[in-house]
Design a binder for this molecule. Structure first.
Ligand SMILES: [Zn+2]
Length: 300
């Protein structure tokens, strides 16, 4: 019996009980709900972890439909990392079905959430907290605490990697701030498909407008789209962006209707595949910022 199945068999025993490390330690199996959390966790855990993301690159974590293989993946995992803030409405069904008894990290658990008024007037919590790098630092703290608890033998390694990753996040945050500071305040408006950039906009002083609310679960109404078209024209918004995990049709239609430019594809709720321009969380921030800044700086 290996260490992990022993731990599973002893489910009721606290994980902090010191076990003698086996000679060839198996990497801790971690499941992340979606690709951005998968990358953050891998950055902290390195080779000590085997990380699998349920919703992969270019996937939509709002409306995921778990498959039988996800059950097996989860049953073999010692740790689950999820976002929280209402993003993964499908997760509780999956953990119940898998009988998952491992540790769960709610990555956004230390974040101060933004709320917003949806088109229908309801107040909703915005789950996209990772789009503000300062929140990502809180995600790193929460994930590191979970890793240390699930696998105390590698605690020093996780803490050191988390410190250097946090430093790189801080550098990226400063770079974004400097890059966007070149855009005049009156031109800081961007249109996206769904409302995924509220935290980013609040951090860097950019106004984001979107056809869809903070979830992709409901289609925008004709009335909401008409109001957005009027707003784009009135405010002279320069660019409309396609999101990697959503249909491009809405952005294409808005550009056609208003004469705004299509600014390219940005990454909101999922990374790109490994060879793409946003294969890691930090690459995603840089890619999005480069496109946003270029679109907003265009003079008309
Ligand atoms: Zn989203």
């Amino acid at each position: 019996m290996d260490r992990r199945s022993l731990l599973a068999a002893l489910g009721a025993i606290p994980l902090a009980v010191p076990f003698a490390a086996p000679l060839a330690a198996q990497p801790l199996r971690v499941v992340a709900s979606f690709s951005i959390l998968g990358d953050m966790t891998q950055q902290i855990g390195g080779a000590a972890l085997s990380v699998q993301s349920l919703v992969g690159p270019d996937g939509d974590a709002h409306v995921y439909d778990p498959r039988p293989k996800d059950l097996r993946t989860l049953m073999q995992a010692g740790l689950l990392v999820r976002n929280g803030l209402g993003l993964e409405g499908w997760m509780d069904r999956l953990t119940d079905a898998a009988g998952f008894k491992g540790k769960v990290v709610v990555a956004a658990g230390r974040v101060t959430p933004r709320t917003m008024t949806e088109n229908a007037g309801a107040i909703a919590t915005d789950p996209h907290a990772w789009q503000d790098p300062r929140n990502a630092m809180l995600y790193v703290q929460a994930i590191t605490a979970g890793l240390v608890e699930a696998d105390p033998s590698n605690a020093a390694r996780y803490r050191a990697a988390a410190a250097s990753y946090t430093e790189r996040i801080a550098q990226t945050d400063s770079w974004i701030e400097a890059t966007l500071s070149a855009v005049p305040a009156g031109q800081r408006r961007i249109i996206t498909t769904h409302d995924a950039f509220g935290y980013y906009g609040a951090r860097y002083g950019v106004e984001f407008l979107a056809a869809q609310g903070i979830s992709t679960e409901s289609e925008p109404s004709a009335k909401a789209i008409a109001a957005l078209v009027r707003q784009i024209e009135r405010d002279h918004v320069r660019a409309v962006f396609i999101e990697n995990m959503a249909s491009p049709r809405m952005a294409q239609m808005l550009a056609r209707e208003t004469g705004a430019k299509l600014g390219g594809t940005v990454y909101s709720d999922a990374l790109s595949p490994p060879k793409g321009p946003a294969a890691t969380y930090l690459d995603m921030l840089r890619h999005n910022t480069t496109l946003f800044a270029a679109a907003m700086r265009v003079t008309t």
